[in-house]
Write a protein that binds this ligand. Structure first.
Ligand SMILES: [Zn+2]
Length: 376
């Protein structure tokens, strides 16, 4: 593995493919399975790095596409690199920008060379290629960087997905050649849409490249949760056992539990902070809208069992008041709680894997859901 990186599996579940591990990076360890909060523009919205650390966050994600547009990677490098610039000294990961280019930008044109799109910022035409994405990520300086991939939409025809998947592989080879920094680990991304045989082939092909880590991408783009579970169950076990596995853009309780049972280690999702800004708390698997009248005079904490700053110091009534008044502190307090909640969920799973009780203790999360997805 690349210098300064290692992954060790310390316990495996007997009944499922779940494992507990330790991922070592130049900025510290990540105990897996673990949820990673998203700091899109080199900040996790409304909370400070000190507050972020108190949530139990170990690795934080930031978005290459957004940072390239604003403030630009040279400013980040001028500020000492991503960690120093944003004041977060733990492990970090940047995505490649591919997902945002494919999902957010208009007027994009995909060729073998890369993607051309119009900046939503100032209308300027931008070319993003595998080489450019890696150069930007080398300049930003996160511990883990991601290969530039083509994420096909859902639904897409088999032919379209096949073309995107083989292009993603050719782009990955170019990313490997372009990558300059041995203190950064480059992860490859398995694509293949909802076509399980394409996913399996992509996983086998990527495995041959002996990368320091692997991601499953192109999920949670509109397909039903049971399809995501199938994709992950097919793909994750084919990836090398001794490398970290990261499921991109997934962070609901059930989807994380099911993916962990298939052998996934890392997750990221904007849900905890996005919901916080909508006045929603995540409490033991449920979603609570703090604007609801029943919280007006409810002086209990959000969750009595939660060790977070919000639950230790404030009542549901107070947070409800802040949400109704649109006070910024509401979003800070809810973000602190929601991030803590999802990290605790993955920590509880980790502890159960180590104790050998995961399949039992989390059985209700592993059964197929009868309700609609807990995702927005
Ligand atoms: Zn809390």
């Amino acid at each position: 593995m690349t210098a300064n990186f290692s992954f060790e599996c310390i316990a495996s579940c007997q009944e499922t493919k779940a494992r507990a591990g330790v991922f070592q990076t130049p900025h510290g360890i990540v105990e897996t399975p673990r949820f990673m909060p998203v700091g899109t523009l080199a900040n996790v919205k409304t909370i400070t790095p000190a507050q972020l650390q108190d949530t139990g966050a170990q690795m934080v994600l930031s978005n290459t596409y957004h940072l390239h547009l604003q403030p630009g990677e040279d400013i980040v490098a001028g500020g000492g690199g991503l960690h120093k610039f944003m004041g977060w000294h733990g492990p970090m990961l940047t995505d490649s920008g591919g997902f945002q280019v494919f999902s957010l930008s208009e007027m994009r044109k995909i060729t073998e060379e890369g993607v051309t799109f119009r900046s939503p910022h100032d209308g300027q035409i931008i070319n993003l290629t595998p080489e450019r994405s890696i150069a930007i990520q080398n300049t930003l300086g996160a511990d883990v960087i991601m290969a530039f991939d083509e994420c096909p939409p859902y639904p897409a025809t088999r032919q379209e997905v096949e073309a995107a998947t083989s292009r993603t592989y050719r782009w990955l080879e170019r990313c490997i050649t372009a990558h300059q920094r041995p203190d950064q680990a480059l992860f490859g991304i398995v694509q293949g849409g909802v076509y399980l045989d394409l996913r399996a082939k992509a996983a086998e092909d990527l495995k041959q490249l002996d990368l320091p880590g692997y991601a499953i991408g192109g999920v949670s783009v509109g397909e039903p949760p049971e399809l995501i579970a199938q994709i992950v169950a097919t793909t994750a076990p084919l990836l090398p056992f001794d490398k970290p596995r990261y499921l991109m853009g997934v962070g609901t309780y059930r989807e994380m539990a099911v993916a962990i049972a298939s052998g996934v280690d890392l997750f990221d999702c904007v849900i905890p902070t996005r919901w916080a800004r909508h006045g929603t708390a995540m409490v033991q698997g449920e979603r609570w809208n703090l604007k609801n009248a029943k919280f007006r005079e409810d002086f209990a904490p959000l969750d009595e069992t939660c060790p977070c700053y919000t639950c230790q110091n404030f009542s549901r009534a107070y947070i409800s008041h802040l949400v109704r008044s649109q006070e910024i502190l509401a979003y800070t307090l809810l973000s602190i709680h929601n991030i803590t909640e999802l990290i605790r969920f993955t920590q509880k799973i980790r502890n159960a894997i180590i104790k050998g009780t995961f399949a039992q203790d989390f059985a209700h999360w592993l059964e197929p859901s009868t309700e609609s997805s807990d995702e927005d």
